[in-house]
Design a protein around this ligand. Sequence first.
Ligand code: ATP
Length: 283
Amino acid sequence: MIEVKKLTFSYGKDKEALHGLDFTVEEGEIFGFLGPNGSGKSTTQKLLTGILKGHGGQARLFGKDIGEVHNQEFFQKIGVLFEFPYLYANLSAVDNLKYFSSFYPENQLRDAEELLEKLEFKRDFLKKPVASYSKGMRQRVSMARALLGNPKLLFLDEPTSGLDPSGAVLFRKIIEDERQKGTTVFLTTHNMQDADLLCDRVAFISGGNIVALDTPKHLKEQNSSRSIAVSYLYQGKREEKSLKFPELETGISFPHDEILSIHSGEPTLEDVFIRYTGRGLAG
Ligand SMILES: Nc1ncnc2c1ncn2[C@@H]1O[C@H](COP(=O)(O)OP(=O)(O)OP(=O)(O)O)[C@@H](O)[C@H]1O
């Protein structure tokens, strides 16, 4: 669905933002594109969606070069959720979606009110202007906008930003439902939980380079210390011990009276990211 080879982009002389990215995204895959601020995520997404022009290397979408793919037919096949919602503040949710519906062929459209209901949008606000909405409500309208034309390829930039935990769970379920229908998802995020729970594969981007690309599970396994931390009571005192392979295979053989807790030494996806880049996701 997306094939990128040696992709470069410069904002001017000596301002190369992408230094030769290589990745592919398969049809029906949820692909996570993760990196700290300024690493090149937006630049890549803008090149793929046709907002920025002038790349080096190669990028193909739906089998066509990005130099020639960005026509009306392309925009009718994709859905985009931007990090900063592009909605008309003086129009209601319903009127915004009515307007955006006019960009798609009628037989491809989803019912806007049904979508908003699925996204648990508050009915009382359906006809009130977007200017009166909370961040979470705007995010719901933006997601409805992205899904309105039944996209084959969905670009999502920080989809759960501004949502409370139950809203984030709902959005993850909706993204997963889209994939079940065969939609390909290119997910740009700082949110490691979203990436870990949703993505089939993730690419870590740092300083305009992809520094790792694999499934979240493999990345964590490859970077695991293969140890467990055991907390226990022995002769009235609380103690802790770290057990590594091959010691682990013989079980908990040291003297103890009661085991209090056992934690695996598996790193989180964020730990792995920091190991690859030496930087946290905050920047
Ligand atoms: N319009 C611009 N003009 C000049 N340099 C830019 C411009 N936009 C981005 N850059 C630079 O390109 C590099 C990549 O920026 P980009 O916005 O793609 O990063 P990002 O990973 O999307 O960051 P964020 O998480 O903050 O959105 C950064 O060094 C940034 O300063």
